[in-house]
Write a new protein. Structure first.
Length: 138
C-alpha cells in the first residue's frame, strides 16, 4: 500500500444494524471492513519493515562506533606502553647516574690516607705556618 492511497473508512455496526440490514448490505459492509483491516495490516507491515531497517542501520552504526572505539583503545594502549617503556629507561638511567656518582669501596680505599701519614702532613702544615709567621716578624 502506498502513502497516497486513502485508508478505507472504519465500518461500525450495532446490534440493531445486524437485525435490520439485508444480507447483501451486511456482505457489502463486511467487504468494506475487510478492506479496512487489510489496509491497516499493510500499514503495520510497512511500519514494521521501516523499524527493522532503522534497527539494522542503528546496529551498523553501533558496530562502526565499537570498531572505532576498539581501534582508539588499541592506539592508546600502545602509547601507554611506549610511555611506560620510556619511564623505565629513564629510571634505569637515573639509577646508573646515581651509581656513577657514588664512589666504590675500592675508590674509597685508594683515597684513604694512613693515619701516620696524616699526622706527618699535619706537622708539616704546622711547621710551614710557623715558618711563615716567623718570616713576617723579621
Amino acid at each position: 500500500m502506498t502513502n497516497e492511497e486513502p485508508l478505507p473508512k472504519k465500518v461500525r455496526l450495532s446490534e440493531a444494524d445486524f437485525k435490520v440490514m439485508a444480507r447483501d448490505e451486511l456482505i457489502l459492509r463486511w467487504k468494506q471492513y475487510e478492506a479496512y483491516v487489510q489496509a491497516l495490516e499493510g500499514k503495520y507491515t510497512d511500519l514494521n519493515s521501516n523499524d527493522v531497517t532503522g534497527l539494522r542501520e542503528s546496529e551498523e552504526k553501533q558496530k562502526q562506533q565499537q570498531q572505532e572505539s576498539a581501534r582508539r583503545e588499541n592506539i592508546l594502549e600502545m602509547r601507554l606502553a611506549t610511555k611506560e617503556q620510556e619511564m623505565q629507561e629513564c629510571t634505569t638511567q637515573i639509577q646508573y647516574l646515581k651509581q656513577v656518582q657514588q664512589p666504590s669501596v675500592a675508590q674509597l680505599r685508594s683515597t684513604m690516607v694512613d693515619p701516620a701519614i696524616n699526622l706527618l702532613f699535619l706537622k708539616m702544615k704546622n711547621e710551614l705556618s710557623a715558618w711563615k709567621f716567623t718570616e713576617w716578624e723579621r
